[in-house]
Design a protein around this ligand. Structure first.
Ligand code: AMP
Length: 272
C-alpha cells in the first residue's frame, strides 16, 4: 500500500493512478471499516482510504481531543485487506476550505444536539472529493444520516460519484462496531449492547410501533443508566417522525451515552 502523507504528495502522483474507489475514515479502524475495504475490492478500481480526524464535525472539543488513534494498527489492517492507497492529510486540508451547509432536514436526529456536525462532514468531504476525484465512494449505514447526506449532496451537485452504502458490522452481542467502543469500560460495553437489543425488539414488534412504544424503550434504557439523546422512528429520507409502517419503510435511529461515550445505531423497518 502506498501511503501519501500529505495532499501535495498525493496530487504529485495522482495523474499516474487509475480510477479510484474512496473510503474516508477517521482512523482507529475495526472490522466495520475493513468491510468497506472488502466491498471496495469487489470493484475493478484501486481502493484509496483516508485517515483524518475532522475537527470541523466535532462540536465538543473534548470528544475531538480524546478520539482514539492507532495509526500503526490502521495501516496494518488496510494492508491486510488489500487497500491500495492511504492518504493521511494534515490540517492544511482546512486552508481556504469552502464551507458547505447541510440542508435543514439534517438538523434532526444527530444534527439536533450536534449543531454544525453535518456541515463539517460535508465541508471536508466536498474538499476530499475534489482532491481525490473518485469514481465510487463507500459509506457505512451505521452513520445512516451521513449516508443520506452524501447521497443527496452528490445528486444535488450532479457529481459523477457512485455512492455505495455498507451494512453495519457488529460484535456478537449486537453492539455496532465503533472506534468509540474503545473508550468504554468492560461493564459499559455490557450495558451498551442493550442499544441494539432495543432496536431489534422494536423491529420485531413493528406492527405496534408508536410514540408510546418508543418512549417505553427510552425509559427502559435510561433505567439501565443509558442517557438517550434521541430514539426516533422516522421516514428514512426526510427523518420526519412517522409510525406509518403500513405505508412505507421506516428508520429507527438512536444516539445514546453510555458513561460519557456517545454511541449511535439504527435499524430499518420494512413496510407491512
Ligand atoms: P469513521 O471512521 O467513524 O468516520 O467511519 C468511517 C466509515 O466507516 C463511515 O462510512 C462509517 O459509516 C463506516 N463504519 C463505521 N463503523 C461501521 C460499522 N460498524 N459497520 C460498517 N461501517 C462502519
Amino acid at each position: 500500500m502506498k501511503i501519501f502523507k500529505s495532499i501535495e504528495e498525493f496530487i504529485i502522483s495522482k495523474s499516474g493512478l487509475g480510477k479510484l474507489t474512496f473510503i474516508p475514515t477517521m482512523g482507529n479502524l475495526h472490522k466495520g471499516h475493513a468491510s468497506l475495504i472488502d466491498i471496495g475490492k469487489e470493484f475493478k478500481n484501486d481502493v484509496i482510504s483516508t485517515i483524518y480526524v475532522n475537527k470541523l464535525q466535532f462540536n465538543d472539543q473534548n470528544d475531538y481531543l480524546r478520539y482514539p488513534k492507532s495509526l500503526d494498527n490502521d495501516i496494518e489492517l488496510l494492508e491486510r485487506h488489500g487497500c491500495n492507497y492511504l492518504l493521511i492529510p494534515d490540517d492544511t486540508i482546512l486552508d481556504e476550505i469552502i464551507s458547505v451547509k447541510a440542508p435543514s432536514k439534517f438538523n434532526k436526529l444527530c444534527g439536533k444536539n450536534r449543531p454544525g456536525h453535518f456541515d463539517g462532514v460535508l465541508t471536508i468531504l466536498n474538499k476530499m472529493f475534489k482532491i481525490i476525484e473518485p469514481e465510487i465512494a463507500i459509506f457505512g449505514k451505521k452513520d445512516y444520516q451521513q449516508f443520506v447526506l452524501v447521497k443527496d449532496f452528490i445528486k444535488e451537485n450532479n457529481l459523477n460519484i457512485k455512492i455505495i452504502g455498507a451494512e453495519t458490522i457488529r460484535e456478537e452481542s449486537g453492539l455496532a462496531l465503533s472506534s468509540r467502543n474503545n473508550l468504554l469500560t468492560r461493564n459499559e460495553k455490557l450495558i451498551a449492547k442493550n442499544i441494539n437489543k432495543v432496536l431489534i425488539d422494536l423491529k420485531d414488534n413493528k406492527q405496534t410501533i408508536s410514540l408510546n412504544f418508543i418512549n417505553s424503550k427510552i425509559k427502559y434504557l435510561e433505567n439501565l443508566g443509558i442517557k438517550v439523546d434521541y430514539l426516533s422512528c422516522c421516514d428514512p429520507e426526510s427523518f420526519e417522525e412517522s409510525y406509518n409502517i403500513n405505508e412505507k419503510d421506516l428508520l429507527i435511529a438512536i444516539a445514546a451515552y453510555v458513561g460519557n461515550v456517545r454511541l449511535i445505531d439504527n435499524i430499518k423497518l420494512t413496510k407491512l
